[in-house]
Ligand binder design. Structure first.
Ligand SMILES: Nc1ncnc2c1ncn2[C@@H]1O[C@H](COP(=O)(O)OP(=O)(O)O)[C@@H](O)[C@H]1O
Ligand SMILES: O=C(O)[C@H](O)[C@@H](O)[C@H](O)[C@H](O)COP(=O)(O)O
Length: 180
């Protein structure tokens, strides 16, 4: 779908969204749903991790700030290219710390975060059930400990990860339509 067609379809101006939160909260589910419905570009942040990061997480070791730095740089570069091209874009990225979110927004990028909040109990159940993903459920405690919930001074939209994804998608699209 062209940018113009997407605008006509939903009546929305392009936005540049980072769907964030800990592992298993529903980032990929919500981001792919939004990108499909709105005709916006989509990037899975997990696919931008250097192989060494994936190897580390696969073997149950949490990433450090230094591990995440090159990954966040690639996420930032992708976002900057979308802003320059001027079409709506949706990136999944855990963006757990404020400093990481600042790195993503660097150079004045008009990024908005969508924080999906899900209880630890529900997250643990999801990660135990999920198949075909490198991230082990054993890393959930470190994900939760690392998360700095976005503050009101950050550009954030908060949604529940425990509602049905279709409900969350409708809420987000309504929010975008209301905000123009
Ligand atoms: N709102 C939801 N309710 C129930 N299950 C969900 C919901 N969102 C995602 N899931 C499931 O939880 C697991 C993790 O979702 P995913 O989108 O991969 O999360 P993340 O990208 O944040 O790791 C998947 O198996 C997915 O199908
Ligand atoms: O910063 C990190 O520690 C990782 O990016 C982590 O937060 C992310 O969750 C993994 O990449 C697993 O991928 P999922 O979030 O898709 O489970």
């Amino acid at each position: 779908m062209t940018v113009a067609a997407a605008r006509v379809k939903m009546g929305l101006e392009p936005r540049f969204l980072v769907i964030m939160g800990v592992s298993g909260t529903g980032k990929t589910t919500i981001a792919t749903g939004l990108a499909t419905r709105l005709g916006w570009h989509f990037q899975e942040g997990d696919a931008l991790h250097p192989p060494a990061n994936v190897e580390k997480m696969s073997t149950g070791q949490p990433l450090t700030d230094a591990d995440r730095a090159p990954w966040l740089a690639l996420c930032h570069d992708w976002l900057r290219a979308q802003v320059e091209a001027g079409h709506g874009a949706v990136l999944t990225c855990s963006a757990l710390k404020r400093a990481y979110r600042e790195q993503l927004r660097a150079n004045g990028l008009p990024i908005e975060f969508v924080h999906i909040d899900t209880s630890a109990t529900e997250l643990a159940a999801r990660l135990e059930r999920r198949e075909g993903h490198f991230m082990p459920a054993s890393l959930l405690p470190s994900q939760l400990a690392t998360l700095e919930v976005p503050g009101d001074d950050e550009p954030v939209i908060r949604v529940s990860g425990e509602k049905h994804p279709d409900v969350v998608l409708e809420e987000l699209i309504r929010h975008f339509q209301t905000e123009g």
